[in-house]
Every structure is written in structure tokens, then in C-alpha cells.
Design a protein around this ligand. Structure first.
Ligand SMILES: N[C@@H](CCC(=O)N[C@@H](CS)C(=O)NCC(=O)O)C(=O)O
Ligand SMILES: [Zn+2]
Ligand SMILES: [Zn+2]
Length: 191
């Protein structure tokens, strides 16, 4: 059986995080007048996402996505080409109108646990040293985009072989952050 294209940035393994790395520039796929976004910090919580909303390069089963403080993210070229994919989504994904690449995702809801963090695809940068992916999220969701159910064992074991634990929502640590945030809002939080 042909090997599953998880994502070109992880199919053949990936480099560890460079602890001295401090950011780079993301470029969309347009050959002319690409949208450029500067990220002036190392990313955090990089992971593979199987959900149907995150942008994936052609043929890839997963997106690779990380977060960075929103004040570290600025559009530096061709901002007029950016549109918000779905205004009503929690994460407002800012994409290039021409090539469709997602440049950054932003949460405007101040009550959300992840407010203040933008979502970025560091594969769009020529620099290396970005935080390495650490887990795979929303793995079962790839079925919604057409992955055969019969392939799921192979998908999960390929991710595990790369050192990535697989989850069908976010990682336990991030789910705990979300639940703790909800507990604080409800007044039931205990440290
Ligand atoms: N099964 C759904 C899951 C979608 C989903 O919940 N995605 C997560 C991970 S990116 C999320 O936080 N979405 C918020 C949003 O898209 O605004 C799908 O594949 O579309
Ligand atoms: Zn583009
Ligand atoms: Zn996603």
C-alpha cells in the first residue's frame, strides 16, 4: 500500500526545536505578490491537526499548526489579498484570496482560553528552528474530509512512529487548560 501523506513537513521525520530560534516570515503560495507575515517569536504547542477547518497543503492529510502571541504577528506585504475564511468560527482564519493559504488564525472572543494567541503554519517560512510538532490532534476528524475508516490504524501508528501521540480532540494538557478556564468562569476552579 502506498504510504499515507500525513504532511510533507513530517512524512520523513522532522528536526527538533531550536531553543535559540526567535521567529521568521511566513509567505503564501502565490508566485507573484505573495502575502507575507512576520512572526517575531518562537512558536508554542506545535501539532498536527486533522480537523477539516485547518489549512493543509495539497494532498496532505493533516495540517501542522502552532500558536504565538498575537502581538508578535504582523502582515508585512500584500495585506489587501487577505480575507477571513469564516467570520463566525472561533478561530478567524486569515487566508490569501488567490492561493487559499491560511496566513494566521485569530480568536477575537476575549472570554476564550486561547484569546491572545494566533495560529500559524510555520512550514510557510524558509527559516528552520521553529518548535517541532509534539502531538496529533483531531485525528478521527480526517474521516470527515474523506479519509477511509479502514486507514485509521495505519494513520495512528505512522504518527506514533514519528513520536507523536494521537488524540481525537486536543492534547490532555490543552484540554485541561480549556476546562480550567471554563471552571474559572463558572466559579468552580481549584488549583
Ligand atoms: N470534526 C470537526 C472539528 C473542528 C474543530 O473543532 N477544530 C478545532 C481544532 S482547529 C477547533 O478548535 N476549531 C475551532 C475553529 O475552527 O474555529 C472538523 O473536522 O471540522
Ligand atoms: Zn497567495
Ligand atoms: Zn484544526
Amino acid at each position: 500500500m502506498a504510504h499515507i501523506n500525513l504532511h510533507p513537513a513530517i512524512n520523513h521525520g522532522f528536526k527538533p526545536t531550536d531553543e535559540n530560534f526567535s521567529g521568521g516570515t511566513l509567505k503564501c503560495h502565490c508566485a507573484r505578490h505573495p502575502v507575507e507575515v512576520i512572526v517575531q517569536a518562537q512558536t508554542m504547542h506545535n501539532h498536527a491537526c486533522g480537523c477539516s477547518k485547518c489549512w493543509k497543503p495539497a494532498g496532505a492529510t493533516f495540517a501542522i499548526i502552532a500558536v504565538v502571541p498575537r502581538e508578535k504577528v504582523s502582515v508585512i506585504a500584500n495585506p489587501e489579498k487577505i480575507k477571513i475564511v469564516d467570520e463566525s468560527a472561533t478561530i478567524q482564519r486569515h487566508a490569501c484570496k488567490e492561493c487559499g493559504v491560511h496566513m494566521y488564525g485569530r480568536i477575537e472572543n476575549k472570554d476564550h482560553a486561547f484569546h491572545g494567541l494566533d495560529f500559524v503554519h510555520t512550514e510557510l517560512s524558509e527559516q528552520s528552528g521553529w518548535s517541532a510538532p509534539a502531538f496529533a490532534a483531531f485525528v478521527s476528524s480526517i474521516i470527515e474530509s474523506g479519509a477511509p475508516v479502514s486507514q485509521m490504524n495505519e494513520v495512528r501508528s505512522s504518527l506514533n512512529k514519528l513520536g507523536l501521540e494521537t488524540y481525537d480532540c486536543l492534547s490532555p494538557a490543552l484540554m485541561d487548560v480549556l476546562a480550567a478556564h471554563t471552571a474559572k468562569q463558572k466559579g468552580t476552579y481549584h488549583a
